[in-house]
Design a protein around this ligand. Sequence first.
Ligand code: ZN
Length: 304
Amino acid sequence: MDLHPGDIVQIDTMLAGIPGMTGVHLIKGPEPALVDCGTQTSAPAVAAALEQAGIGPDDLAWIVLTHVHLDHCGAAGDLARAFPRATVVVHPRGARHLVDPARLVEGTHALFGDLSPAIGGLAPVPAERVREAADGDVIPLGDGRALRVVWAPGHARHHMALLDEGEGVLFAGDAVGVQMGGGQMYPTIPPPEYDVDAALATLDVLEGLGASRMYVSHFGPAAEPGEALDIGRRAQAAMGQAAREAHRRAPGDLGALRAAVDEAWPSDAALSTPDARVRWTAFNWLHNNMLGLQGMAEREARDA
Ligand SMILES: [Zn+2]
């Protein structure tokens, strides 16, 4: 748990016991909000961190989810039970998965295989606790402070970012990329919904917000938001283009796609330290990036 300016508390969910991999953020104030909540396996650690930050069971007002991938939303059911006053805010496309998580959990476990127990599932969130957020919706935090919902598709269709308007702080989720263990920002491009055109349009929208600080879920504040957005944009443009061309030349050849993508935007800078390599490999994220890009190329070829 780290205290940041603006009453923002960064909580390390210690996913799989590894520090600096997945973070969630508490915004303290009259109506405290938790932005993302980590995997179900992290629910006890996050609940303990909230208690340590002085948030009692009846204090938490909002659990705001950037998207319904289990490393962001898996603890939502458990935390909704532990904090009975909290409303869970989510993109309309994600809401049904919170209420009836079976398909989401099944799909995630199919992707992660033996690693699934470290992630856990998702306890259903009662429908009356879920609020669907439109683009531009404002979540009041009290004392005139508010979080603005910014739909941010690309990483997933139901991804959204949150802007703490007064403080100029952007919670970007997975829209920009991942920076872990001292490595450079690098995209996270999972199946099944990644869409590079939507992702690039989202990066333009996020840049237009002019945030002075930006947090990414994996992990922490970007040293310079504008630079991070620029790297995210150039990387995703290069990788998306390379994946499309590779798929055209050799449909279904994942090795060829990986070689083309890594040539277009090498992952070396993201993996430049031993800590970064541990975090990137723990859940096969680099491999999942390739599956995300291949899925996108196949979808586009099918729909063409
Ligand atoms: Zn995600």
